[in-house]
Design a protein around this ligand. Structure first.
Ligand code: GLY
Length: 381
């Protein structure tokens, strides 16, 4: 082993040891709390505030990853409690949306994959069916947000984030041999390439499509700097999401899309020390980072590295390593008395109260990324 690899391995072992200690301390005091953003160093229960909130599965994802890596039964027990609590969302029509994948891949589907629990299988299928019901056949996309409101102007909105929910549909078709779920996923991925992916490899966040005719109308503003900019978490969802669609379908167009966004992301993240700015096209000042985009992109790049030829692998795995290393060196809180590891995440560029904060999905992707580097991750997606 050369000296560069020895240094990398030592870093990885140290970070994993710290992650294990922190997750053990945190989970021991959290009970069945569903975390989102800590307040004064401790998580408050998002399940109590809003059981349908889209991030409510991520902690369970961490618990299943930790259980799979350590075989510590405590993690499994806590994950099972989280899954039962989410029945409050699965059985509640109001408030659920396109993020059914984020919520039930990390809970029910993970449980089914690891333990063959029958109830979990049914929860996963119910979630996949809920997600499929959002499909718009005229425009061939899964609608984002809402759906329960009167005169909702977002009936034709589709978003880049939704690419990460498609594995729930691929899973449902693989399991049931019913192609409806995966047909919806494939059509949505093609429409995403058509309307959200740009020639230079960057992506729009949202496309507003006429819900009756399926024609593209305009690009609304949301979590990035502007409708035409490049919100970094959106780019991360695209890298990972297209890589996963390729993994499940073998369709090279999805692989090419994943690579295109990956090259755009790597070129941009290299200019800010391998921690992504909130938006790659925002003005130079103020400098705003999003560690959650960084850790998610790192996982997407590692997924991609597993799907390409040997000589292409290095570009993606090196970039992922550099991102996780930079986040661990500059943006992690290892104090075991405080909840959350990855700091300095951002929900949206223009929401003053939701910038520069730890968010549960930043930690999820950090843990997944470290375990991927160790060759010990569990395929949640
Ligand atoms: N899916 C919403 C977000 O990335 O913030």
């Amino acid at each position: 082993m050369n000296s560069e690899n020895i240094i990398k391995d030592k870093w990885l072992e140290t970070v994993w040891e710290k992650t294990e200690k922190k997750m053990k301390a945190q989970s021991s005091r959290m009970g069945s709390i569903i975390p989102y953003v800590p307040e004064n160093g401790r998580y408050v229960d998002m399940g109590e505030r809003n059981i349908t909130w889209w991030t409510n599965g991520f902690w369970s994802g961490i618990l299943w990853q930790m259980y799979n890596a350590t075989k510590d039964e405590e993690y499994r027990k806590l994950a099972e409690q989280q899954e039962e609590r989410l029945d409050g969302a699965l059985n509640k029509f109001m408030g659920t949306d396109h993020d059914a994948g984020f919520m039930w891949l990390h809970t029910a589907v993970a449980n089914w994959r690891l333990t063959n629990n029958e109830e979990s299988r049914l929860r996963g299928l119910q979630a996949a069916t809920l997600l499929s019901g959002r499909y718009n056949p005229s425009g061939q996309f899964i609608r984002a947000w809402g759906g329960q409101h009167v005169n909702d102007e977002r009936a034709g909105w589709m978003i880049i984030d939704c690419m990460m929910n498609l594995p729930l549909l691929y899973w449902a078709s693989d399991l049931t041999k019913d192609p409806r779920y995966k047909t919806i996923a494939i059509n949505h991925a093609y429409t995403t390439m058509k309307h959200l992916l740009r020639e230079d490899g960057s992506c729009y966040h949202i496309a507003a499509i006429n819900p009756d005719t399926g024609e593209l109308e305009y690009y609304p503003e949301n979590q990035g700097y502007s409708p035409d900019s490049a919100w970094s978490r959106g780019q991360a969802w695209a890298i990972y999401g297209f890589a996963l669609s390729y993994k499940y379908t073998g369709d090279k167009e999805f692989l090419d899309a994943a690579k295109k966004v990956a090259h755009y992301f790597i070129a941009n993240v290299a200019m800010s020390g391998y921690v992504a700015l909130v938006d790659f096209m925002a003005p130079e000042e103020p400098v705003m980072y999003d560690t959650t985009a960084s850790t998610c992109a790192a996982c997407g790049l590692l997924e991609l590295a597993d799907l390409v030829t040997e000589h292409e692998k290095r570009l993606y795995s090196e970039a992922a390593f550099k991102i996780l290393h930079a986040v661990s060196e500059k943006h992690c809180n290892w104090n075991e008395e405080e909840d959350s590891i990855v700091q300095n995440g951002c929900v949206a560029y223009h929401r003053e109260n939701e910038i520069d904060l730890p968010i549960i999905y930043g930690d999820y992707f950090f843990v997944e990324g470290i375990l991927k580097l160790k060759g010990m991750s569990f395929p949640i997606w």
